[in-house]
Every structure is written in C-alpha cells, then in structure tokens.
Design a binder for this molecule. Structure first.
Ligand code: RFL
Ligand code: PHB
Length: 389
C-alpha cells in the first residue's frame, strides 16, 4: 500500500490529523493496535480549551459538540472548606467546553468513515523504517499477514507507550520527566454533577476534583498513594472520602450512585525533545505527558496536530518546508508552557508525602492570593482556557 502520510495510532491526535489532512486532499492511512470499540471505552479527558473547540469546528466535527457540550465560564477552587470561583470570561474573554474525549473520538471516527479514509484496526508489531530517508515505510502484522505501507511521512500519534518515539535513536532525543508520588482514582457515575462548574479541591487528606460529562453523568477524582489499587476502593469508601475533601455545602448535596467506571491513573510530566526525526513527526502523548490537573493533555495533542497539518499543507500545496522544519520548535514552545501550568496547579493542589508545614503554608497563601487577586485569577484563566496557537 502507498499513502502520503502514515499515521500510527487512532486516538484523538491520529484521527484529527487524518481528518484535517484529508480535508486538504492529502492522503493518510491510520494504523491502530486496538479495536475502535476499545479506543472508545477509554474514559479520559473532559475539558476542551477554546482553541480546541474552534479547531474541531473547522475540522467539521463540531456539530454534536456544540449541541451536547457544556460551555463553562469559570471553575471553583476550594481549600480549608472554603470555595471561590475563578471566572474565565471576565478575565480573558474565553471559555472552555465540557465534552468528553470519548465523544470527540466518536465524532472523529464518524467523520472519517463518511470521508472514506482508511483506518486499520488490530495492527500488531508496528515498526517504522528508513525514517530519515525520502522513502520511509511502516510494517505490521494484520490477520496473520505481513503488511507494508510506503509513504512520504510517518506521524507517531501512538501515545506515551507507543513505538514511534522509541524509533528516534536515544542519543538524538532528550527526555525530561517528573513522576509525582501519587495517582488519581477516578469514577464515572450516572448521577447529576455536584456543582454546575468543576471544583478543584485542596484538602489535608489529599486533592479531589468534581467534574462531569453531562447533566446526569459525573466524573470524580481523588488523590491516592501511588501503590493503591482500585480493588481497595468500594463505591461507598470512595463517596465517603470524596465528601470529606469537598466543601461541606457541596458534600451535603452530593448525589451518589453506583460507579460505571473506576480506575487509577499515575501522574507524570514528560517531554521528548525533539518532536521530529527525519520524516518522522510526533504528536500528542507520544511526545509529552502532563498530569491531568490542568486538563491540558488532549488540548496539547490538538495544538500539535494543528501545527503539523498546516506544515504538511504548506509542503504539498506550496512546496515549502519552512513550517515542517519549524514544527518541533513551534510545538515544544507551547508544550512547555502547558507543562509548566499543569505542574504548578498539581503542586498547588496536592498533598505531597513529607510535605513540611512551611510548604503547606505556601500552598495556603498562594490559594488565598488567587482568591483575592484579579491579576492571579487572570493568569489562571488565561492558561486554563488555553494559550493561543
Ligand atoms: P492516545 O489517546 O493515548 O492514543 C494513542 C493511540 O495509539 C495506539 N497505539 C498504537 N497503535 C499502533 N501501534 C502501536 N505500537 C501503538 N501503541 C499505541 C493506542 O492504542 C491509542 O489508540 O494519545 P493521543 O491521541 O496523543 O491523545 C492524548 C490524550 O488521550 C491525553 O492527552 C488525554 O486523555 C489526557 N487527559 C486530559 N486531557 C485534557 O486535555 N483534558 C482533560 O480533562 C484530561 N483529563 C487525561 C484526563 C488523561 C487521563 N488519564 C487516564 C491519563 C484524565 C485522565 C484520568
Ligand atoms: C475530567 O472531567 O475527566 C477532567 C476534568 C478536568 C481535569 C481533569 C479531568 O483537570
């Protein structure tokens, strides 16, 4: 088989890139290790930045999002049982959209199906070859047969554990990493949300987040030790702990139910420099990971895809490689700002093992500063709703 751009991974990065390229007449083949059903079962991101919302509309996948998604113009921060609102719109004129990653991915699959693009499921042993030559190719096993795709470019959209980043020789990439000493235990529950806007809670027992998907689907998280197991947490134990960490006025009204998903995610900040090696480009989690606190992971994947799709359009349309050559530097400049913001918010809101009383007072005073300073709120609003791309 031959295509212009071979894309490894059918998560949001891979599907959105394929969507944008095909809309501009550039051919793609997407190669995914799992089935579509498996990809759509993963419960992940819930908050879309203003720029992500715009790009999804431009990609032709905004209709259901605009109908079913919930625009949010602020969130709540809570500490010491006291909560205050950070209004986005009055500070930076932007808002975010609460619309699940599962739904974004579903919309992208649907749009790709209508466009008639090729998405190969259950591709095993995917390998990238000759990526620094003008004729790179991808091989894989499919239904017991060896397959090969020749192409102009390969894009690694295969997430943190994918093969693409590992194809770059280790002496040609520099990796930066911070692993946090805790994880997030998350549940999805068919109950009305605790609050009409998200609540990020700093508490002496650990961080908690009250989020949602729609008016009858809630998403809650609590900070847990890294070695904790989902089996240790009955639904009742989860609700009890969550209620202790949210402000009393919220807990008193919290509607609880049976969880329909429960999982623990570790927290990590990670950046791979470079995001380009010859004719291999990396997008999304394949190149960088953020802790979920700032809600940046999916949004960064989208800005990478924007930069790369524009660069490829310039390559094929205007025969110029200026944007392709700048891709890694351009994308990384935005990535590092989101890495900084999500590291900062994580550090501000979580309880660290061996946290000293001094560090605790610093957290408290910083939260109090945000509560009382328009300048501080403006910075939070600008970063949370998304820096421009
Ligand atoms: P994905 O979604 O991991 O998709 C990669 C795809 O590649 C496939 N794959 C392979 N295919 C072929 N061959 C191989 N060797 C392969 N190896 C892997 C995989 O099967 C998969 O289908 O990466 P992508 O597309 O870059 O998208 C990134 C986002 O999924 C991620 O950043 C977000 O989910 C992060 N995230 C959040 N981001 C936000 O912007 N806002 C949020 O509110 C938010 N909340 C979250 C989150 C992530 C979380 N977890 C579970 C880590 C909340 C949580 C709990
Ligand atoms: C979610 O709804 O899953 C969610 C929302 C905000 C975050 C992280 C996750 O910061």
């Amino acid at each position: 088989m031959r295509t212009q751009v071979a894309i490894i991974g059918a998560g949001p990065s891979g599907l959105l890139l394929s969507q944008l390229l095909n809309k501009s007449g550039i051919s793609t083949i997407v190669i995914e290790r799992q089935t579509k059903d498996y990809v759509l079962k993963r419960i992940r991101a819930g908050v879309l930045e203003a720029g992500t919302v715009e790009l999804l509309r431009r990609a032709g996948v905004g209709t259901r999002m605009d109908k079913e998604g919930q625009p949010h113009e602020g969130f709540f921060l809570s500490a010491q049982n006291r909560q205050f609102r950070v209004p986005f719109t009055q500070h930076c004129g932007k808002r975010v959209m609460v619309y699940g990653q599962t739904e974004v991915t579903k919309d992208l699959y649907e749009a790709q199906h209508i466009m008639g693009t090729t998405i190969i499921e259950l591709a095993q042993d995917v390998a990238l070859h000759d990526v620094t030559s003008a004729k790179p190719f991808v091989t894989y096993q499919h239904e017991g047969h060896a397959q090969r795709i020749d192409c102009d470019f390969i894009v690694g959209c295969d997430g943190f554990h994918g093969v693409s980043r590992q194809t770059i020789p280790s002496n040609q990439r520099k990796e930066f990493e911070r692993v946090y000493p805790f994880g997030w235990l998350g549940i999805l529950s068919q109950t009305p949300p605790a609050s009409h806007e998200l609540i990020y809670a700093n508490h002496s027992r650990g961080f908690a987040l009250a989020s949602m998907r729609n008016s009858n689907l809630s998403r809650y998280y609590i900070q847990v030790p890294l070695d904790d197991k989902v089996e240790n947490w009955s639904d009742a134990a989860f609700w009890d702990e969550l209620k202790l960490r949210l402000p009393d006025e919220v807990s008193a009204k919290l509607i609880i139910g049976t969880s329909i998903e429960k999982s623990i995610a570790p927290l990590r900040s990670f950046v791979c420099e470079t995001m380009r090696w010859g004719n291999l480009f990396l997008c999304g989690d394949a190149a960088h990971i953020v802790p979920p606190t700032g809600a940046k992971g999916l949004n960064l994947a989208v800005s990478d895809v924007h930069y790369l799709s524009e660069a490829m359009k310039q390559h094929y349309g205007q025969k110029s490689d200026a944007l392709l050559d700048a891709y890694s530097k351009t994308a990384l400049a935005r990535v590092w700002k989101a890495i900084r913001f999500s590291w900062w918010l994580t550090t501000l809101l979580h309880r660290f093992p061996q946290q000293t009383e001094f560090e605790q007072r610093i957290q408290e005073s910083e939260i109090d500063y945000i509560a009382t300073s328009q300048a501080a709120q403006s910075t939070v609003a600008e970063n949370y709703t998304g820096l421009p791309f």
